[in-house]
Design a protein around this ligand. Sequence first.
Ligand code: UGY
Ligand code: MN
Length: 259
Amino acid sequence: MGYKNNRMGYQKQLLGSRSVVKKDNFAIIPHDGLVKNTIPGFENVDVSILGTPRLGAHFVDYIASFQKGGKHTGFGGEGIETVAYVVSGKLKVSDGKEDNILETGGYAYFPASVKMVMENAQDDPTEVYLYKKRYEPLEGYEARKIIGNTKDQTPEEYEGMKDVLLWDFLPKELGFDMNVHILSFEPGASHAYIETHFQEHGAYLISGQGMYVLDNDWYPVEKGDYLFMASYVPQAAYAVGRGEPLAYVYSKDANRDPE
Ligand code: UGY
Ligand code: MN
């Protein structure tokens, strides 16, 4: 029967799936269920579409593997803010005036007025998590370009827990209508409680394994999986395994009063 290797290098089997899709509530898209898409702007990039409005999200996110010479000719702009996070590799991002090289752990936020031009800056593939959303302006405030790398930051202990660490990508300023974070749980660590909140998330798992509670059921998840969490879905993580922490990069809307 037709076995194939998927993007994580695991063998793909047609015997069942961990996929769970509950529109407007939550979704788990496991790494072995991801498909490649052709999308205008991406050239020589293996890209999978993750969260979209069809799932209930108010954003769109992707996981993209930029091959040698792979690029995007202009992501976002014209009212759409964008984020790129380098899961592994080296990516050049440009706003037409300045180039920045993002290495593993590096990220860029471009405000809605600016297109992000991206290019693989190495011969090997570069793995990038991408996010875009229509920016919600707030009178008197503005967002601005942010470039950083989580390796240069000291994470905070999440809600006082020593074994759960949080990185924030964007400043806590009202000009930004969202933020991107990394949350990392040592094996055995978990959220202190099951969250239920207005904000929605797209989350791409960058390391480890865990059990994730979504809408009060528990699901196994691991590196390479994608989770969508709509507004108000009960949610929490429990890291399992003996090796690396369970960690994910995730988006969260912020700093706006719901209408
Ligand atoms: O920031 C958050 O809401 C985050 N703790 N949610 C999550 O990890 N599911
Ligand atoms: Mn949350």
